[in-house]
Design a protein. Structure first.
Length: 306
């Protein structure tokens, strides 16, 4: 993860307001202008500017056993000690875009009062982890370009990210950045991220792999360039450490699916009120059976199988 967050939510209210005005979201800009002036508002702001995250965990379940499965806090679960010094596989199961900044076509559509065609967002998904080798720890990045519409999932399920990621005795550290691209003409700049290697996940080994290091630097360089040149907007930027401690503060490592939710403030999500609907692949309210108004993702951890 970069030293400073690339997410728009890390900016000042005044800076966020200016970006939203440039995107044609004058209503949203007014909210942040008021906050910059110290004025109160009932609004929580745009979901993609939230700068807090909550982490849930869906334990493995027997397929077909029931429709709705429980979610527990990743900070209140036991670790799986058998994963120490063992390789694991990480897969992206779900990436839910509740609200992203207006795309160029959406801005024009609002001005004209009617849609002008496909208003999908182009996003760059950059997921990093440290891999333990005999020579020490190496950081690698899986970077992929996706198309997504607001209030929809990315059309992937079980997308391999890391295959054979080696876990240290102290656990593993993940970080993730999601960036939207303002202009589709810039997509050619990072088509290398959609290579065959990227789409099948990065296969890691116990030995050092210097050939993969340039890919990691390139992926991070593209992310930083998009944000710094204002050709893209950072939506999410989080780091999640999973360890084997018992009874301490922090999240634990085990086989199962981790839910990452972008929220306006800590404690927004009460996990007991939500469940995973295995039929629709959605996180839904147990009382209203509707999805939540937050950007989120699910990634799965499993033991590596040769």
């Amino acid at each position: 993860m970069t030293k400073e967050s690339i997410a728009i939510g890390a900016l000042s209210d005044r800076e966020i307001a200016q970006i939203l005005r440039e995107l044609g979201d004058n209503e949203g800009a007014a909210i942040y202008d008021n906050w910059a002036e110290g004025l109160e508002s009932d609004s929580t702001g745009r979901a993609y500017t939230f700068n807090e995250y909550q982490y849930g965990f869906i334990p493995p379940f027997e397929p077909g056993s029931k429709k709705l499965h429980k979610i527990i806090s990743a900070t209140n679960m036991p670790a799986d000690e058998t994963l120490k010094n063992q390789p694991i596989t990480i897969k992206l199961e779900r990436l839910w875009a509740y609200e992203y900044p207006l795309s160029f076509k959406e801005t024009i559509s609002e001005m004209l009062g009617h849609p002008i065609g496909n208003t999908e967002h182009t996003i760059l998904f950059n997921f990093k982890a440290q891999n333990q080798t005999h020579e020490g720890n190496e950081q690698f990045a899986f970077s992929q370009q996706y198309q997504i519409e607001a209030k929809h999932n990315v059309s992937v399920s079980g997308q391999p990210i890391f295959v054979g990621l080696n876990v240290s005795p102290n656990g593993v550290l993940f970080s993730c950045q999601v960036v939207t691209v303002k202009n589709s003409d810039d997509e050619a700049l990072f088509k290398a991220t959609n290579s065959a290697t990227a789409t099948t996940g990065l296969t890691l080994l116990r030995t050092s792999q210097p050939a993969l290091v340039p890919l990691t630097y390139m992926a991070q360089g593209i992310v930083n360039w998009l944000v710094e040149s204002k050709k893209g907007i950072g939506i999410q930027d989080f780091a999640l450490g999973l360890d084997f401690d018992t009874g301490g503060v922090g999240a634990r490592l085990a086989e199962g699916s981790y839910v990452v939710v972008q929220v306006p403030k800590p404690g927004t999500i009460n996990w007991a009120d939500w469940g995973y609907d295995a039929n629709s692949n959605m996180i839904v309210s147990k009382t209203e059976l509707k999805s939540w108004p937050y950007n989120s993702m699910i990634f799965r951890v499993s033991k590596y199988a040769n």
